[in-house]
Structure formats: C-alpha cells, structure tokens
Design a protein around this ligand. Sequence first.
Ligand code: NDP
Length: 243
Amino acid sequence: MSGTAIITGGAEGIGWACARTLAAAGYRLALLDLDGAKAAARAEVLGPGHLGLACDVTDEAGVTATLARVAALGPVTALVNNAGIGDANLPTLDQSGAHFRKLVEVNLTGAFLVAREAARAMTGGGAMVNMASIAALTGLARRNGYGAAKAGIVALTRSLACEWAGQGIRVNAVAPGYVRTELVAKLIADGLLDPGTIERRCPMGRLIEPAEIASAVAFLLSPAASAITGATLSVDAGWMAFG
Ligand code: NDP
C-alpha cells in the first residue's frame, strides 16, 4: 500500500484499530479526532511520518482546512470515514429535535463533508470506507437518529460510488455489529445494553474486536477489492443472518 490514509475518529476504538492495521500495511496515517493532543500522541505511537490533528467533522471550514493541510503533504489514497457518536437510547417520546439533529450532524453530515474534501485530495484515485452499523439495516428500538444517520451512510456510499467511479475512487461501507469499544462499554455501564442480549441474539454470541473491523476496512481499501464499490459489508458476528 502507498500514500496517505485519513481516519476520522482515529484516536479511539475502531478508528485506532484501523490506524494500527493500515500503518502495518504501509500507509502514512493522518489521524483526525476531536482531541488533537490525543490524536498526535496516537500518531507518535505509530512511528515517524504519521500525523495526528484536531478536527471536528461537523465543522465544515475546519474539515476543508484540515484536509487541505493533509493533502499538501502528498497524495491521499484512502479514507476511513469513521467518526461517530452513539444514541442515548431514550424513549422516542423523550427525544428532542436537537438530539436527533446532533446524531445526523455527526454521523452523516460529518461523513459527507469529509468524503467531499477527501475526494478533492484523491487526485490519483483512491478508496473510501464509511462506517455504517447494523442499525442501518435492521430496526433497533429508540435508535431513531442513529439508525437514520447510518442508513443515510449506506445511501451516501452508493451515490458517491456511482459519481466517483469514473475518477478512480471506490466508496464502500462497513456495517459493524456490537464492537468492544468505549461506545459499547458506556451503553453497558449506563444499563442501556444488556450483554446477555448479544449472547442470545447474535449467532456467534460475542462482541466483535475492533481489529476484526479493521481487517475488513483494510480489505475494502486494498487492490484485492478493486471491483467492489457501493457495497456495504456487514461485520456483525452473524447478527444480520439471524433474521
Ligand atoms: P468511540 O467512541 O470508541 O470512538 C469514536 C471516536 O470518534 C472518538 O475518538 C471520538 O472522540 C471521535 N469523535 C466523536 N465525534 C467526533 C466529531 N464530531 N469529529 C471528530 N471525531 C469525533 O466509537 P467506536 O470506535 O465504537 O465507533 C466508531 C464508529 O463505528 C462510529 O461511527 C460508530 O457509530 C460505528 N459503530 C460502532 C459500533 C460499536 O459497537 N462500537 C457498532 C456499529 C457502528 P471523543 O472520544 O473525544 O468523543
């Protein structure tokens, strides 16, 4: 692999796992995250040449400036559009419009803004992976804003794949099931997710490791996936196979 891979939300969880996998595959990494100091520290762990920068994916001017800064360092060839926030799991009647809008703003509009600027920087073609969720593909009670935003990611992935195929940019999505990250730890700690549900509902009966998402992302970004675009790959320990 060669060139620069940008990962949003790259300092934690799935994003950080993708960073380690893609660095090992030979990419130079640009890790973007809300906390720039944490992103820079993570980049240092990866070794010389990697970069960590503060970037809120909902800040349009900030996204444009940050992506231009990364592009100035060399050709961008890959994007992992991963930054996201989980839902509070409130009953729908208690959900405000602001709550719904925030979920869409971070999980969907942010992904659009980053994809648009990354495409400008992919002057020699490239590949993108957008982070969807099983919430895009099946009903999860109370996950209105989250599920709608992630379903939007699936649609965005398809439309960008159609538009940018001609310029050598492939766009795919990964739809994870429940992954062992802070996002899920917080759901469990707050009593919003019963680990027993995962054991009962999911055929493989376990959480997914972040590295298992990262290996699917690396595949979709690689030449091994050269004829795959517009696809959403479930990496869900069988959740969607169940019904
Ligand atoms: P984490 O909360 O562990 O990590 C997400 C990272 O994104 C954090 O570093 C967070 O920063 C950052 N982030 C949040 N908001 C923004 C923003 N506006 N701009 C830039 N960065 C931001 O989440 P996961 O690793 O679990 O999730 C990563 C992606 O995978 C998300 O899109 C999520 O929806 C998706 N996903 C996760 C699943 C799971 O089971 N974990 C299942 C299905 C999908 P900070 O920590 O400072 O808030």
